[in-house]
Structures are given as C-alpha cells and as structure tokens.
Design a protein around this ligand. Sequence first.
Ligand SMILES: [Zn+2]
Ligand SMILES: [Zn+2]
Length: 134
Amino acid sequence: MRNSKQKFVVAKALMELYTEHPTAAEVYRQARKMNPGISLGTVYRNLNNLVAAGEVKKITVPDAADRYDPQPEEHHHVACLSCGRVFDIDISFTKRLNRKIELETCVKLTNLQLIGTGYCQYCIKNKKGEICQN
Ligand SMILES: [Zn+2]
Ligand SMILES: [Zn+2]
C-alpha cells in the first residue's frame, strides 16, 4: 500500500470516529474496515505524522491512552474517569479563556491544552439514576 493511501485511510478512520476522540487502537479497528491489511504500527505512524503536521490534535489523558482529535483548532477537553469518553469544551469559550490568561500573565500563548477529569452524564446516570441537566 502506498504511503499516501495509508495516510488517507487513517485520516478517514479518524474523521468517522470524530465525536469519540478515539485512541490509536480504535482508529486502527476503524481503518481495518477499509483496509484489512493495515498494521497498528502504520496507524500510529500516520497519526503522529498528522499531529506533527498540525492537522490533528493529540490529547493526553492522565492514566489512559492518548486520544486523537481531527479538529486542529485550539480547544480543550474533559475526560470521564469511568468510561474514558472525551468531550470537547466549546471553542468560543476557550478563545476567551486564552485572552484572559494572556491578560493576567502577560504571556503570549502559542499552545494551551486543558484536560478536565470527572464523571460523564452516562456514567452518573448508570450509577445514581440522574443525568446532567446542562
Ligand atoms: Zn463516563
Ligand atoms: Zn476535541
């Protein structure tokens, strides 16, 4: 398989799992549906190339596998400690956050990645019978 084809399959698999902020293993499972011969190593290499090229964000979650996000614009995430789901924090809100940090610190930010951890509405619902009303 040609390199450009591999990159296309990995990028397409990531896009298909867009809302899930998938791990490399999840991207690999999705990529194999399109190309059964693709290897996990190839998926890792192409994901890292996409991150290096600024086309994909890598999200580092404490005590869990890295996750990948095809939305390269700066935004932040919260992760569920129970099921591992990762959710976006609204981008317009995070732009205001950057501005506030710059005003308070006088540091011109070139990168900021926040990761919040807690329990998502699905897990809270399962445990306590209640659901987030936001
Ligand atoms: Zn959860
Ligand atoms: Zn995201």
